[in-house]
Design a protein around this ligand. Structure first.
Ligand SMILES: Nc1ncnc2c1ncn2[C@@H]1O[C@H](COP(=O)(O)OP(=O)(O)OP(=O)(O)O)[C@@H](O)[C@H]1O
Ligand SMILES: [Mg+2]
Length: 361
């Protein structure tokens, strides 16, 4: 099971019918409740609560690699969403943000399946900049054939400081939930957005505090990089071009974006967006050089995926298909929600992916 489950969960053997996925983002806490019936999944419920002072006091903060606010505050916010939406399900999977996790990939010499766990434990410290005794590891085989004497084994590794895991355990406890598992958000998002695709995809998740660039091949996450580029910077750029406050700048940004007729705004925004395009170019080129695989499609995600003009700009620069996939599209939900879910899709991809992980058999 591709789930980060650092503690022995006696219930792991039984597969629940309903699951919550919770993404404690900077701008908001997002919760989805999914259920399973036969082969399909239903969106039972969802909810979101925004960070109160509009990002001045965010739910989590990169400097500490953790939350800025005390655990009980986050737990209360979660409780408020659950009560308001009348959600009764207790089993939860939390996604852990990119800046609290460390993702890497490496190769092991050819070996049998049984030898791999020990080899990973032994090799991992060379690749992660965290003290190994205080770190929990999760990994997946992403290439090679265990048991075949000629092919090396490729491993995708996620490392999380134990302190972070304890924080999530404590938030779950305080919110009256049962922590089923934790998962790095890059893995959650890959699950919710890349469905049965045989293609090699570059997936960008632009958040308020940081951006991840992920490479997914045949549905499995191969690389994940984290950058400081953030949508908060875009808002600040609009604020300074117009001499307005953050809230007003948010509105202008979302309405006009790169297409703004105000040259000051569009110039400032392009100046910020261009470096991230260069990063994507470098990563795509690097992947081609190392793996011999061309990126066929680019996916945009995170609230900023809807920034006016962004999708077209990526298309122009990369001459590839650019998609803003909707994480709800494979779920069953009342048709009346169609438009709302289309708008919310990009910022709920992580929460949906986390919940889906708990319903896999
Ligand atoms: N139509 C839009 N145009 C541009 N930006 C938008 C639009 N809608 C939302 N956003 C931006 O998306 C951001 C919120 O995105 P998201 O919910 O993905 O962040 P987050 O998950 O809380 O952040 P992080 O992952 O960094 O913790 C806000 O900065 C908001 O301004
Ligand atoms: Mg996010």
């Amino acid at each position: 099971m591709p789930i980060f489950n650092p503690f022995k969960n006696p219930f792991m053997m039984f597969f629940p019918k309903k699951m919550l996925g919770i993404d404690i983002g900077t701008a908001s806490v997002k919760i989805v409740e999914l259920s399973r019936w036969g082969g399909g999944k239903t969106l039972e419920n969802y909810g979101e609560i925004n960070s109160p002072a509009l990002y001045k006091e965010s739910f989590r903060n990169m400097e500490r690699g953790s939350y800025l606010l005390p655990d009980y505050f986050v737990a209360r916010a979660i409780r408020a969403i659950l009560d308001e939406a009348r959600i009764k399900t207790k089993e939860v999977i939390f996604s852990i943000p990119d800046f609290s996790t460390f993702c890497t990939s490496f190769e092991l010499p050819p070996m049998s399946e049984k030898e791999i766990p020990n080899a990973v434990q032994y090799t991992a410290p060379q690749y992660i900049p965290l003290p190994i005794s205080e770190t929990a590891l999760d990994w997946k085989i992403i290439g090679g054939e265990p048991g075949d004497k000629r092919t090396p084994i490729k491993i995708f590794l996620v490392a999380v400081p134990r302190r972070i895991i304890e924080e999530y355990q404590s938030v779950a406890r305080m919110a009256g939930l049962e922590l089923y598992a934790l998962e790095a958000e890059a893995l959650s998002i890959a699950r919710s957005l890349v469905k049965d695709s045989k293609k090699t995809i570059c997936l960008l998740d632009i958040g308020v505090q940081s951006t991840t660039i992920n490479i997914i091949e045949k549905g499995s996450l191969k690389k994940s990089y984290s950058f400081n580029f953030s949508s908060g910077q875009l808002t600040n750029a609009v604020a300074s071009a117009m001499g307005v406050g953050y809230t007003e700048a948010e509105e202008i940004k979302s309405k006009e974006g790169l297409l703004s007729k105000n040259e000051g705004i569009s110039r400032n925004l392009y100046l910020l967006v261009d470096p991230i395009l260069s990063e994507v170019k470098n990563i795509v080129l690097d992947y081609y050089q190392r793996e011999g695989k061309e990126i066929e499609e680019i996916y945009l995600s995170g609230g900023t995926a809807h920034l006016p003009g962004l999708k077209a700009y990526f298309g122009e620069v990369f001459k590839k298909d650019i998609d803003v996939p909707n994480c709800f599209s494979d779920l069953l939900y009342p048709p009346i929600l169609e438009d709302t879910l289309e708008k919310m899709g990009p910022s709920f991809s992580v929460a949906v992916g986390a919940a889906l992980g708990g319903l896999q058999t």
